[in-house]
Design a protein around this ligand. Structure first.
Ligand code: BES
Ligand code: MN
Ligand code: MN
Length: 473
């Protein structure tokens, strides 16, 4: 009935826990693709069953608006208003990224295998192994451990568990859901998320901030049909030429983004952070080497180090360009239109919607003669940074240190998890990110993996978190 019994149960049942994770990974819950809607729903039900077996009250909540799609949210609770200690919201996502390009997978993306890992131990290879089913499974196993070892449900903590199926597609229905469930969610004291990484193998971390995101798609329309470039080249706008000419103006010679007001409200990184980050021992040259680049490829916004650029500065990236002829061989064509997917990673206190609108207005001002634009908004997410004096940060840190034998590093991430900003903005809730992924987990890529050692650290940390949260209660 103690933390020790729960930890002992975890150890004795680790293989079974990994097997359970593999069952979940076999369900291709590609939330963004309607072809997988039935599977996505099955993955939600699988998670609901797991929590039910650990003693939680579980519901599957529909999220679809009247006129659209929506993946169900797993909402589970244990404890009540009389439960001592904080009321903690655990958030995760059961949807996964599409598996393509499938031919680059060494084994089937939804056919999980356990193989020798790069770090000496074993690893699970499958889509979602690290992002985020494997990390949610650490929490699920910790809760199972409390139940099976005879401890109180949820380790005696009052939990609300929210596992969604739309994170990878921008959490479009989440804000409405949070509003609808406001009364119960507003009671929570803090949110805990396992969907980020460690500093390095064997070096656990607490992530205290994520970047925000504004994702757009812009199309430049020129002539009303594709044309022969011998007859029309040089005589009328070529939408691809014009599009890249305009987009190239997004950065100045220092690789700063040129949109007016883009840096308004940008607060960091502050000097304390810059000092702390420089001592984390990241090796930029080595990280570049791992992706096939030489040290001189360490480029980005002038005046900031690589870690500052990743965690603390906003960026703009073109994520895709389409237009004209892209098949084999040559075709001399002036295309009717060209488009680009352009996204912005944002930091506190940039406003994603303002950045998106500012970008569209900036393009309008630069419309090439005779052309017109059309714009798509693929979603926004707020940046979120938690304050260092948050009470629960200490509990998380104590838990990780007890579970892993080493104190966690304090890091940020360049990635985005939209729910954190929503919780902060709408409910005033801060988030502690306790993630156990590794930089080489190949999230969103072929051959995604999660190392069993990471899974172990995470499951133990979530058992210990219950003790740490209740200490002094
Ligand atoms: N788990 C990731 C976020 C993440 C990535 C954290 C890398 C730490 C390191 C999350 O599932 C994700 O992929 N988020 C998307 C945003 C979303 C709106 C599509 C992202 O960051 O691109
Ligand atoms: Mn994720
Ligand atoms: Mn992801």
């Amino acid at each position: 009935m103690t933390t020790e019994s729960a930890l002992a149960w975890l150890e004795a049942n680790e293989d079974a826990g990994i097997e359970r994770l593999c069952e979940w990974l076999k369900i291709p819950s590609v939330g963004t693709d309607p072809a997988f809607d039935d599977d996505t729903r099955r993955a939600a039900a699988w998670c609901a069953d797991h929590l039910r077996a650990s003693g939680f009250d579980v519901e599957l909540k529909e999220t679809a608006p009247d006129d659209g799609r929506g993946q169900p949210i797993v909402l589970a609770t244990c404890g009540d208003a009389s439960t001592p200690g904080p009321h903690v919201l655990f958030y995760g996502h059961y949807d996964v990224q599409p598996s393509d390009p499938d031919d680059l997978w060494e084994t089937g993306p939804f056919d999980p295998v356990i193989r020798d890992g790069e770090g000496g131990g074993k690893m699970v290879v499958a889509r979602g192994a690290s992002d985020d089913k494997g990390q949610v499974a650490m929490f699920l196993e910790a809760m199972r451990a409390w139940k099976e070892s005879g401890g109180p449900v949820g380790g005696g903590v009052r939990w609300t568990v929210l596992i969604e199926g739309e994170e990878e597609s921008g959490s479009v229905n989440l804000e409405r859901f949070l509003e609808r469930e406001r009364s119960r969610l507003a009671e929570c004291d803090v949110c805990v998320i396992s969907d980020t990484g460690m500093l390095a193998r064997g070096k656990p971390a607490i992530t205290y901030g994520v970047r925000g995101l504004a994702y757009t798609e812009v199309t430049l329309h020129g002539p009303d049909r594709d044309l022969h470039s011998g007859m029309w080249g040089g005589r009328c706008p070529n939408p691809i030429n014009e599009l890249v000419r305009v987009l190239a103006g997004l950065w100045d010679g220092d690789r700063k983004v040129t949109l007016p007001g883009f840096y308004d409200g940008v607060r960091g990184p502050v000097q304390d952070e810059r000092d702390a980050w420089s001592k984390l021992g990241r090796d930029a040259a080595k990280q570049l080497e791992e992706i096939g680049l030489s040290p001189e490829a360490d480029i980005g916004e002038a005046g900031f180090t690589e870690v500052e650029r990743e965690w603390g500065r906003p960026t703009c990236d073109i994520n895709g360009i389409q237009g004209g002829y892209t098949g084999a061989g040559a075709k001399t064509v002036i295309p009717a239109h060209a488009s680009a997917k352009v996204s912005f990673r944002l930091v506190d206190d940039q406003d994603p919607e303002k950045i998106r609108d500012g970008f569209f207005a900036w393009l309008e001002e630069r419309t090439p003669p005779g052309c017109r634009w059309s714009f798509l908004d693929h979603g926004t997410g707020l940046p979120a940074t938690m304050s260092f004096d948050n009470l629960y940060l200490r509990a998380a840190s104590t838990a990780i240190e007890s579970a892993c034998g080493v104190a966690p590093a304090m890091i940020k991430t360049g990635g985005s998890i939209p729910v954190a900003g929503l919780l902060k903005q709408n409910l005033g809730l801060e988030t502690v990110f306790m993630g156990f992924g590794l930089d080489d987990d190949r999230v969103h890529s072929p051959n995604e993996k999660f190392e069993v050692e990471c899974f172990r650290m995470g499951a133990r940390s979530h058992v210990e978190l219950c003790r740490a949260l209740l200490k002094g209660v």
